[in-house]
Design a protein. Structure first.
Length: 245
């Protein structure tokens, strides 16, 4: 198990489009009969069957209501083994990839995690079931607003949403025990490497836009980065601020 630095963290309440914590009481997401069973079936057939074994990752995947993180027209498809469109040219990753990337991080209860690419908020919710705090950045304002509202309605008090360019990370809250990037970068952003804590892990798809990319696992040990290729993937490209205008 990787060593974990201790953190002293005092949450700061500010308004969205800077950041803010959802201040509702913690509670379980709503369970809706048939969707709950579909979720259990999804974990059994798509995730456990493909080798994911971390009990906390499996628990989180069983808990988070994926059907509430997709547009109404995609609700019936929410537990299928494929990515789905969420608007603005973006997608929610297939359940297996979400579980795999989460397991690769080896998330721990005390961890603080940075996510680049909030999207609908699904990956952030899965991580929030496991770790102390998730800081998530989304460059598309409409998606950031929707994700924040959705996460608050589901009572995730430990997720902080920011509208911004995730390439630069989130320096004021660094270092992070884990960093997860949910869009493909042509190169590994140096600010993210700098903001990864000693012993930390980063998972990122790397490669050209709209092509087959490689999912990479990076680890920082003694100030040095080691990189391992995991498997080929296809992600939407990491959008930069100038591209979003």
């Amino acid at each position: 198990m990787k060593p974990r630095p201790s953190h002293t963290f005092v949450p700061v309440l500010v308004l969205l489009l800077s950041t803010h914590f959802c201040n509702r009481p913690q509670g379980d997401p709503p369970q809706e009969g048939i969707f709950h069973q579909r979720r259990l079936d999804m974990v059994a057939s798509q995730i456990v069957a493909r080798g994911i074994t971390d009990p906390e990752v499996l628990r989180a995947m069983r808990q988070v209501p994926r059907h509430l993180f997709v547009p109404p027209g995609e609700t019936e498809n929410a537990y299928e083994d494929r990515p789905l469109p969420i608007g603005e040219g973006q997608t929610i990753s297939q359940p297996y990839i979400v579980a795999l990337m989460t397991e690769l991080l080896e998330p721990q209860k005390r961890d603080r995690v940075l996510e680049v690419g909030t999207g609908s908020g699904y990956q952030a919710a899965v991580l929030a079931e496991i770790v102390d705090t998730v800081f998530t950045i989304e460059i598309i304002e409409g998606l950031a607003l929707q994700a924040e509202e959705r996460l608050c309605s589901l009572k995730y008090r430990n997720v902080v949403v920011k509208r911004g360019d995730g390439y630069h990370g989130w320096l004021e809250h660094a270092p992070f025990d884990c960093i997860i990037v949910t869009a493909a970068a042509a190169d590994i952003p140096e600010p993210l490497i700098q903001q990864l804590s000693e012993g930390g892990r980063m998972v990122i798809p790397a490669g050209e836009a709209w092509a087959v990319q490689e999912l990479l696992l990076l680890e920082k040990k003694d100030g040095k980065i080691t990189t391992r290729e995991v498997l080929p993937v296809r992600f939407v490209p990491l959008t930069r601020e100038r591209q979003a205008r």
